[in-house]
Design a protein around this ligand. Structure first.
Ligand code: CMP
Length: 143
């Protein structure tokens, strides 16, 4: 079973899309093992987007992600990193296909509603940036 870090960005929270986005992820069969509203600090945002440091959009990305509450989540499922990025859709909203979260709901690239980890290493680092190990629940497999 794999884990990933997903985060509904401030635009998704402000637009009241938390429920609909989480529903799509649950419909796909992923299990929510942690979830909370967070006001991201500047330090936390810079750690989260460390790979983009130095790019021309870095400062505006940090300003955007700290501009209001996000809904941070950890989900589990087989191949979830690849599969969740398919469900989310392409980063550029002009390339995000209908049927994906971004394709159906997003219309502007930096504010593209949701972030998803792109590798197991990123997932581990991003989960640790938002959650302590005790916050992740373990499901009883017999249920
Ligand atoms: P996300 O999946 O959160 O990962 C990095 C984010 O950077 C990405 O979604 C976009 O919101 C943002 N991003 C990527 N490319 C650009 C760009 N060219 N201009 C502005 N923001 C970008």
């Amino acid at each position: 079973m794999d884990r990933t870090f997903l985060m509904i960005k401030p635009d998704g929270v402000q637009r009241g899309l938390i429920g609909r986005i989480v529903s799509r992820l649950e419909d796909k069969g992923f299990k929510l093992v942690a979830g909370k509203l967070v006001l991201v600090t500047e330090e936390q945002a810079k750690r989260h987007y460390a790979e983009h440091e130095g790019k021309d959009f870095f400062d505006s990305l940090v300003r955007f992600i700290t501009s209001g509450p996000v809904f941070a989540m950890v989900l589990e499922g087989d191949d979830i990193i690849t599969l969740s990025r398919i469900v989310i859709g392409k980063t550029k909203v002009t390339e995000a296909l209908p049927g994906t979260i971004r394709g159906d709901f997003a219309n502007h690239t930096p504010s593209n509603l949701i972030h998803g980890s792109d590798s197991p290493e990123s997932a581990e680092r991003e989960i640790a940036n938002f959650f302590s190990p005790e916050e992740l629940v373990v499901y009883d497999k017999s249920i």
